[in-house]
Design a binder for this molecule. Structure first.
Ligand code: HEM
Length: 502
């Protein structure tokens, strides 16, 4: 063998080995998927032809589950396979497994903004340490002090909605999403961005652009490749948006860090302010101070986590609040019962000083929220990637299998929720003996939503305030929402209801 033959041989080996492994892996995955029904496909595209738009995708996966069962094989393109899962036993297995913690691959499109914070992290040691470090920040004692922030942002929302009160229907989503962004900025960083009062907030605009680009990359066959995305207009928009978002978060972290160091240096740290009121601690303060086993987070890691809250903590609560208001508009009997409960607690006062204890007393409203989260889960599906061979039900699930956890699918299963299309909060009257993995709007198990108690409290606070102040009715003319699972569940034609001041 001369030198050039040797070189060709070496290069061929270098190329062929990965190809061999790739196809062996793919073959195992394809073999695994033979166990599950697959809706009719077309050549090359597979089932992707059913996913032309967000609403078409949402309708199709719903239809597949109804027709083919709770474990469906979906083919995307010539070699893509994913398991659409809404089977109780399987979800229990997957979500409670303490090794299957890796998220789906598309979440990496969020990394330019939120890095590898809790939502995007792969479930390894970094995620574990951060989760342990951040969990105490969601203790009820901390949430209790956020009620004032929910209240004051909610009061601005009421002022804004008052201007819309009357005969005309209003799309409430834009109002609510501005309110929840104000809330998350103040509770996460302690700063008032006040997007409810500023028409052109660059921060608000950048958050919305990053969510849009995430969706565009997730659904595009071309933009998902970095090498192609780099040449698109969205890449430039992303660069500018990330600059704005990181610039803001970093400057807040810097000034908080300085503040903390100075108070520590001077040794005059006090829990009360100059007026003797207990100082509020926001997430950023708590993360800056937190240490577990001698470990604390670097400024860059803190930035990732604060930005993660900004991403995960405002659109979700905005969707939930808006869709539940829609349900209340459609269901006068339920709305009346919510109001009755409010009157029992506040004796008919429209703008009382609401406390944490008051919010805990709103038991009926809590069931209304749960039912809203069931019927319109803000995160109706989420992904997992199986990153090691695991045995389930006597079979091996091979490394590399992608799973869509279709929470909306199990929430609409008549076996668990008879007459599932009906908005009926009484389903949650008695939860004893109910199966926990049949209600998973916040996921479940080790990677469940860290912000669920915060979310329930904020939503309760906003809904109770709105119901005390306005009578809600169905939109006129009748409004049928067009649903699409974007970064969270969205209605493409708005969330319209009638509102009249009480
Ligand atoms: C109604 C409101 C909310 C809903 C429906 C919701 C839903 C979810 C779901 C389904 C997950 C799991 C996602 C997955 O496995 O890919 C999740 C994770 C997460 N959520 Fe929420 N969420 C809400 C509000 C919030 C809020 C207010 C915050 C923060 C303030 C937050 C922070 C997070 C974080 C950090 C994670 C990742 C946890 C981890 O993997 O360790 N969420 N959420």
């Amino acid at each position: 063998m001369n030198f050039s033959t040797e070189l060709i041989f070496a290069l061929a080996t270098i190329l062929l080995i990965p190809i061999y492994y790739y196809f062996t892996k793919l073959r195992r995955i394809e073999k695994f998927f033979e166990n599950f029904p697959n809706p009719p496909t077309v050549p090359i595209l597979g089932n992707a032809r059913d996913f032309r738009s967000g609403p078409a995708f949402f309708k199709s996966i719903h239809e597949y589950t109804r027709k083919y069962g709770n474990m469906v094989h979906i083919k995307i393109g010539p070699i893509g396979h994913v398991l659409l899962a809404s089977d109780y036993k399987f979800l229990e297995f997957l979500l409670s497994h303490n090794k299957l913690l890796t998220k789906s691959i598309n979440l990496k499109f969020l990394e330019p903004w939120i890095g590898t914070g809790l939502v995007t992290a792969n479930g390894g040691p970094k995620w574990k340490t951060h989760r342990r470090l951040i969990t105490p920040a969601f203790h009820f004692k901390i949430l209790e002090q956020f009620v004032d922030i929910f209240e004051s942002a909610g009061n601005i929302l009421i002022q804004k909605l008052s201007k819309e009160s009357g005969e005309k229907s209003v799309d409430i989503y834009p109002y609510v999403t501005r309110c929840t962004l104000d809330v998350i900025c103040e509770t996460a960083m302690g700063t008032k961005v006040d997007v409810q009062n500023s028409e052109t907030s660059l921060y608000f605009h950048s958050v919305k652009e990053m969510c849009r680009i995430f969706l565009a990359r997730t659904t595009s066959i071309l933009k998902r490749y970095d090498s192609i995305f780099r040449f698109t207009k969205d890449y430039e928009i992303q660069k500018k948006s990330v600059e704005v978002l990181h610039g803001y978060t970093k400057s807040v972290i810097n000034s908080k860090r300085k503040e903390l160091e100075e108070t520590r240096k001077e040794g005059n740290y006090s829990d009360v302010d100059d007026l003797g009121r207990k100082k509020k601690k926001v997430f950023l303060d708590l993360i800056l101070e937190a240490t577990v086993d001698g470990q604390s987070l670097s400024d860059e890691e803190i930035r990732e986590e604060v930005d993660t809250f900004m991403f995960g903590g405002h659109d979700t609560t905005a969707t939930a609040t808006s869709f539940i208001l829609y349900c209340l508009g459609q269901n006068k009997d339920v709305q009346d019962k919510v109001l009755e409960e409010q009157e029992q607690i506040f004796g008919g006062e429209k703008c009382p000083k609401v406390t944490y204890t008051n919010l805990q007393e709103m038991k009926y409203l809590e069931n209304v929220i749960k039912e809203g989260l069931r019927l319109y889960s803000p995160v109706p599906l989420f992904g997992r990637r199986i990153d090691q061979d695991v045995e389930y039900d006597g079979k091996i699930i091979p490394n590399g299998v992608g799973v869509i956890v279709f929470s909306h699918g199990i929430h609409m299963n008549p076996e668990y929720y008879p007459n599932p299309e009906k908005f009926d909060p009484s389903r949650f009257d008695n939860v004893e003996g109910k199966q926990p993995f049949a209600f998973i709007p916040f996921s479940a198990g080790p990677r469940n939503c860290i912000g669920q108690k915060y979310a329930m409290l904020e939503i309760k606070c906003l809904l109770s305030k709105i119901v005390r102040n306005f009578e809600l009715s169905p939109a006129f003319p009748r409004h049928e929402m067009i649903l699409a699972p974007e970064t969270v569940l969205k209605s493409l034609n708005g969330v319209k209801i009638g509102i009249k001041s009480r």
